[in-house]
Design a protein around this ligand. Structure first.
Ligand code: GDP
Length: 296
């Protein structure tokens, strides 16, 4: 949990300093707050929107003290994140299909390894499908995580049709009665059209085999890339319907503000955060808890 705490602390340090450094809210206060939010990677758009909202509130309610505004800000963010953590969807009929996408290097494979471990610990039978057939390394890496967790990995050769791998994977998952089948998909983003086509195709294959699937479409992002992560999310969001975000490498950044930006701009819940490279460095994300800790 240290990663998330560090992120909170760094973000908190800044925000808290502004609120405690100014007893009354004036232009200078808002300028400072704006600077802190931008530095924490909340992003220009989200920062401007938030500042405007806070200014409007002060004007409408005739708020002059920063302590009063802080309360509003906290409630406002909690309202945005909603109560509690957002659980992983699961299907009543086996298998639950989890589709995972994201660009190379964001920690997609590592996440799949961690999630497999978690689901297994909860008593589920899990299977992996290596549908990122573009890189041999991606297939190999997934197999390493498969071995580590002692679960089956369905794969074809590098360069083969991702749709065909998914088809085989789902057949095997049904035959072996697994609870969860996790599909790793293409990680390249150099051509948006290609990406869209591939994601659509893979989704069509899943729907043909499992009509109400995929039950989860998770996009994996790297928190250290800040606004790039938001742009990736937008591109993937246009290509496929996302049900959740996994925000990795939050241990490696002091700029946790990207959490606020993603939540506000994408309207897709953050379901997990990655806090390191080890198998149990995965945590369900609880927005309310995260925000509360920012101000406590
Ligand atoms: P992929 O290309 O998206 O599948 O990325 P990988 O899963 O291979 O991960 C890329 C690198 O990021 C590896 O060195 C991982 O150990 C590392 N990594 C993955 N998740 C995390 C995380 O939550 N925190 C940190 N610090 N490193 C991570």
């Amino acid at each position: 949990k240290s990663g998330l705490n560090k992120t909170r602390k760094n973000l908190l340090g800044g925000i808290e300093k502004v609120f405690s450094g100014f007893s009354s809210v004036d232009d200078e206060f808002f300028e400072e707050l704006e600077e802190v939010l931008l530095e924490a990677d909340v992003g220009v758009k989200t920062t401007m929107d938030l500042i405007e909202e806070l200014r409007d509130y002060c004007e409408e309610e005739n708020v002059k003290e920063s302590a009063e505004l802080q309360k509003f800000f906290e409630d406002r963010l909690i309202e945005q994140f909603g109560e509690g953590s957002t659980k992983l969807n699961s299907s009543d009929v086996k298998p639950t299909v989890i589709f995972v996408c994201g660009v190379n290097g964001v920690g997609k494979t590592t996440f799949i390894g961690k999630l497999t471990n978690k689901l297994q610990k909860e008593g589920n039978k899990v299977m992996l499908v290596a549908a990122d057939t573009f890189r041999a390394a991606a297939i190999e890496q997934l197999k390493v995580w498969g071995d580590r967790n002692n679960v089956d990995v369905i794969s074809h050769q590098m360069g083969s049709d991702p749709g065909a791998v998914i088809y085989d994977g789902l057949q095997a998952a049904k035959a072996r009665k697994v609870d969860y089948v996790i599909c790793d998909t293409a990680g390249r983003l150099h051509s948006k059209t290609n990406l869209m086509e591939e994601l659509k195709k893979v989704n069509r294959v899943i729907k043909r085999e499992i009509p109400d699937g995929p039950h989860e479409s998770l996009l994996v992002l790297d928190a250290t890339t800040g606004q790039n992560a938001i742009n990736q999310a937008k591109a993937f969001g246009e290509a496929t319907e996302l049900s959740g975000i996994v925000l990795n490498k939050i241990d490696g950044t002091a700029k946790g503000g990207v959490v606020i930006a993603i939540n506000k701009e994408l309207k897709v819940p953050i379901k997990y955060v990655g806090l390191g490279e080890k198998i149990d460095d995965l945590q369900e994300f609880d927005g309310k808890q995260f925000i509360k800790a920012l101000f406590d």
